[in-house]
Design a protein around this ligand. Structure first.
Ligand SMILES: [Mg+2]
Length: 182
């Protein structure tokens, strides 16, 4: 399968004021190990992340590279890897179709990995992750880390369903292992 991972709130702790340097990147416990498990099961893994902090002029592309180096290092230390990182740098007021809830990054990933939507799953903590996934026709897992509980409490529109809800990325990986996503 192709596993599409939102970054903030799924792999690392979400910060309302953005992850602005490597020091602010704190891995969610068990996330790197879950990536390693998915990778060794033979899945393709891509990160699909909105980073409006670039478009807003808060951090540079170089700083984002440094943050991602730290993220990849944490994942590789656990024995995992990520095949590709898609970033939508757009500020919300000039958003392209790449910025979630747009599905641009998901379409690019499906194309790159030559995967049909029904063989892909998006794992995210925010409604816009689920909206982007629904638009592209890929499966959807909401994790309760990051903004996940808030997203769940706010309620999900019928057009986003079905959505599987997992406590965290480790449980989402269990769902995928067992074919238990809907
Ligand atoms: Mg998120």
């Amino acid at each position: 399968m192709l596993i599409l991972l939102d970054r903030d709130g799924v792999l690392n702790e979400d910060r309302p004021d953005f992850v602005k340097n490597p020091g602010e990147l704190i891995m969610i416990p068990g996330a790197a190990e879950a990536v390693a498990r998915l990778k060794s099961a033979g899945h393709h893994l891509a990160i699909v992340t909105n980073q409006s902090c670039i478009g807003r002029g808060i951090i540079s592309d170089e700083m984002l590279d440094q943050i991602h180096s730290k993220l990849l290092q944490a994942i590789r230390s656990a024995g995992g890897d990520i095949d590709h990182i898609y970033v939508a740098p757009d500020a919300p007021w000039e958003a392209s179709e790449n910025r979630k809830p747009g599905a641009g990054m998901i379409y690019q990933a499906l194309d790159r990995f030559r995967t049909l939507p029904e063989k892909a799953v998006m794992i995210g903590d925010a409604k816009r992750d689920l909206q982007a996934a629904a638009k592209a026709g890929v499966h959807r897992i909401l994790v309760q880390t990051g903004k996940g509980v808030k997203t769940q409490k706010e309620g999900l529109d019928q057009n986003l369903m079905p959505v599987s809800v997992a406590a965290n990325l480790a449980e989402a990986a269990d769902f995928i292992d067992q074919g238990r996503y809907t």
